[in-house]
Design a protein around this ligand. Structure first.
Ligand code: PMP
Length: 305
């Protein structure tokens, strides 16, 4: 990873190399941490954080689910996010706030441990790989099912959820694929390992509803808004595995991944003319213009440093 200078930890900026936790930190053993993934983009008016309130609200929701008492207020966290980017003199970056049950008591009960908070920011231009993102992703439907809401709530962006994602990701990469698509326990499509999924068929855009076990992605919401504004018909509906294969276009969305077209699923080429994704490209271009502040209508989604 591209190291930056400093990391915000529990109220102060510390040197990147000194941002450490104790090996017996509760969250390290029992995955009792929640986090966010945010991006800052360059714009004509300088660096701007995209949809910061939505991310911090989701961060608070995740903390609520895990009964974490937030050690800082909403305003303090928003300010700390901007401070971290500014202190590292980053024009474009990925931002990772994390709240975790810290060191104190071992054993499963996290509650006796203080909640600590850190915010890191670093340059991370492409998440799924430059070539894969440009040429379209080669995906596999994972043999690992997405966590069910009855065992781990997918709406909390908790580190625990990502052990499930990591198993799917390893399987995909070892098999020569770029990314895994996970089905839920009902065998319907849920999401990628860190992305939501969209399908286009006969000009209609669709994505699985939250009840399919997906994280309510902020990029997902952004794309739904863009589609509605562009007059693209949109439906939130369940998607089956075979509907993936028969899609005209498919793409993944996420703060890290952006809007990334899929060129193949389980060896089936996607679309009538593979390599052409007209609606996905329109939405992707709109997204890129939005985040860089080039569309005045969406500038209220930008928090300038
Ligand atoms: N699903 C999962 C499991 C994720 O980790 C992410 C990334 N946060 C997403 C979807 C996309 O969410 P967002 O667009 O808010 O980054």
């Amino acid at each position: 990873m591209r190291e930056s200078k400093s990391i915000w930890m529990n109220g102060e900026l510390v040197k990147w190399s000194e941002a450490k936790i104790h090996v017996l930190t509760h969250a390290f053993h029992y995955a009792t941490a929640v986090f966010e993934g945010i991006r800052c983009f360059s714009t004509e008016e300088g660096p701007a954080v995209f949809r910061l309130p939505e991310h911090i609200n989701r961060f608070f929701d995740s903390m609520t689910i895990y009964m974490m008492e937030a050690p800082y207020s909403y305003d303090e966290i928003c300010k700390a996010v901007k401070e971290t980017v500014a202190a590292n003199e980053l024009k474009e970056c990925y931002i990772r706030p994390i709240a975790y049950y810290s060191y104190g008591e071992m054993g499963l009960n996290p509650l006796p441990n203080k909640v600590r908070l850190a915010i890191a920011a670093w340059e991370w231009p492409t998440y799924l790989g430059d070539t894969a993102e440009r040429q379209g992703l080669k995906c596999i439907v994972s043999s690992w099912r997405r966590i069910h809401t009855s065992s781990l709530p997918p709406q909390a962006k908790a580190t625990a959820n990502y052990a499930n994602s990591a198993l799917a990701k390893i399987e995909a990469l070892k098999g020569g694929y770029d990314e895994a698509i996970m089905l839920n326990m009902e065998s319907m499509v849920s999401e990628g390992t860190a992305e939501n999924i969209f399908r286009i068929k006969d000009g209609i855009l669709s994505t699985p509803p939250a009840t399919s076990g997906v994280l309510r992605g902020i990029t997902r919401d952004t794309i739904i808004t863009a589609a509605q504004d562009l007059g693209i018909e949109f439906r939130r509906n369940e998607i089956s595995r075979e509907e993936l294969y028969t899609s005209d276009e498919l793409f993944l969305t996420g703060t890290a991944a952006g809007v990334s077209p899929i060129r193949e699923v389980d060896g089936r080429k996607i679309g009538k003319s593979p390599g052409e994704w007209p609606i996905s490209s329109r939405l992707r271009d709109t997204y890129v213009n939005m985040v860089h502040g080039r569309i005045s209508k969406y500038r209220s989604w930008l928090d300038y440093l």
